[in-house]
Design a protein around this ligand. Structure first.
Ligand code: MG
Length: 394
């Protein structure tokens, strides 16, 4: 609490959310200081971040990249930064004693262990890594309670819901409504999706994000994962969490109260908004994002999602209803398949087909941590065995 400066650890600093978080720190007028950064292997960007933000710890998940960073630190005489490596190093960064707050923005299942390390070290967490809750939401929320840690959502929809709930008692809330942009293929029928390419799918109409989440937006799996995330964060049952397509991405989500009132949070689509709110909560960061002109927007539209063309959304609801390790299996299969699609190994419409097959084969067990990691490993392996028979070029 020295002079009100908050020390933060940023996991996933070279990704899209990581870079936006550093921009928020840069614009905070010294309110925040970066204590630790963790990245995977974008070493050149990490070097620039180290020079600008001067963290005491830089953790690099990829071993070779960590060696490269160590050589650079030594050769250039960069002082005061301790380079850590591998998953262990990232977890140490997450638990770094000097840090007050951890932003968890690593992409994918690998974000789970460091997020748990931060919670067990008693750090409040700004959570952008939704896979953490999708895979092991029950364990994560239990640990957060046990260590008296706040989980502040950095996902824009969940930040919106969190702001709408704003301390309201649970028995006032009837329903959560997550908005989805619909992605670049909104309005297309199932048969028009077979031939879409990775570069078509990466052209997101309203949000600028990393590749994994942009593909997830195009399949609507992102929204499915967000339904599971909302279930764990806010404690409402699956049938009280709805999804509506809202192509303008201005209404970031809504809650419905028992008397029929709807409350929504609106702003320009910019991840710096949810990041700034998680960082400054319960305070507000002045001028965090551009102001919204309603006259310029003029029209907001809402549509029912087409779960036949975008079957991933239906599969995520099914996984949530099956419970246990099923969401972890769904998530792992999806992760593998998204990277295969990006490499051109499978086509777009095979993603839900193969996920469904993995789900059919999965034996659900209780979602304790080791079982979750086992389901994750198992699902990736099954995808690899299924893929040659079903994929094999386009
Ligand atoms: Mg989101």
């Amino acid at each position: 609490m020295d002079n009100g400066t908050r020390h933060i650890t940023l996991l996933g600093s070279t990704g899209s959310i990581g870079q936006s978080s550093l921009e928020a720190v840069r614009n905070s007028g010294g309110r925040f200081k970066v204590a630790a950064l963790a990245a995977n292997k974008k070493v050149e960007l990490l070097k620039r971040q180290i020079l600008e933000f001067r963290p005491e710890i830089a953790a690099v998940a990829d071993d070779k990249s960590a060696d490269e960073l160590r050589r650079w630190v030594k050769a250039d005489g960069i002082s005061g930064v301790n380079v850590l490596s591998a998953d262990q190093g990232v977890c140490e960064a997450a638990a770094y004693e000097k840090s007050d707050f951890v932003i968890s923005a690593i992409v994918g299942a690998v974000g789970l262990r460091p997020t748990l390390a931060a919670i067990k070290a008693g750090k409040n967490v700004g959570l952008a890594n939704k896979e953490t809750l999708v895979m092991a939401g029950t364990v994560v929320m239990e640990e957060a309670k046990k260590y008296n840690v706040k989980i502040l959502p950095v996902d824009s929809e969940h930040s919106a819901i969190f702001q709408c709930i704003d301390g309201r008692p649970r028995n006032h809330i009837r329903r959560l409504i997550l908005t989805a942009s619909g992605g670049p293929f909104f309005g297309r029928r199932k048969d028009a999706l077979t031939s879409v390419t990775a570069s078509d799918a990466l052209r997101h109409p309203s949000w600028s994000m990393g590749n994994k989440i942009t593909i997830d937006s195009a399949t609507l799996m992102n929204k499915g994962l967000e339904v599971i995330e909302a279930y764990h964060l806010f404690g409402l049952p699956a049938d009280s969490i709805d999804v509506v397509i809202h192509p303008q991405s201005i209404v970031h989500s809504l809650i419905e109260l028992v008397d029929g009132s709807l409350l929504a949070q609106l702003s320009v689509p910019d991840m710096k908004g949810p990041i700034a709110y998680a960082l400054s909560y319960p305070d507000r960061m002045e001028g965090a994002i551009k102001r919204l002109s309603l006259e310029e927007i003029s029209t907001l539209t809402f549509h029912k999602p087409d779960t036949e063309a975008f079957h991933c959304l239906a599969l995520a609801y099914e996984a949530l209803k099956s419970g246990g390790t099923m969401p972890a299996a769904l998530n792992a299969a999806n992760e593998e398949l998204v990277y295969m699609f990006l490499k051109g190994v499978i086509n777009f419409t095979q993603i839900p087909v193969i996920i469904e097959e993995v789900m059919m084969r999965h034996n659900v067990t209780e979602a304790r941590l080791e079982a979750v990691f086992e389901a994750d490993r198992w699902a990736r392996e099954v995808v690899q065995t299924l893929q040659p028979a079903r994929g094999g070029g386009r």
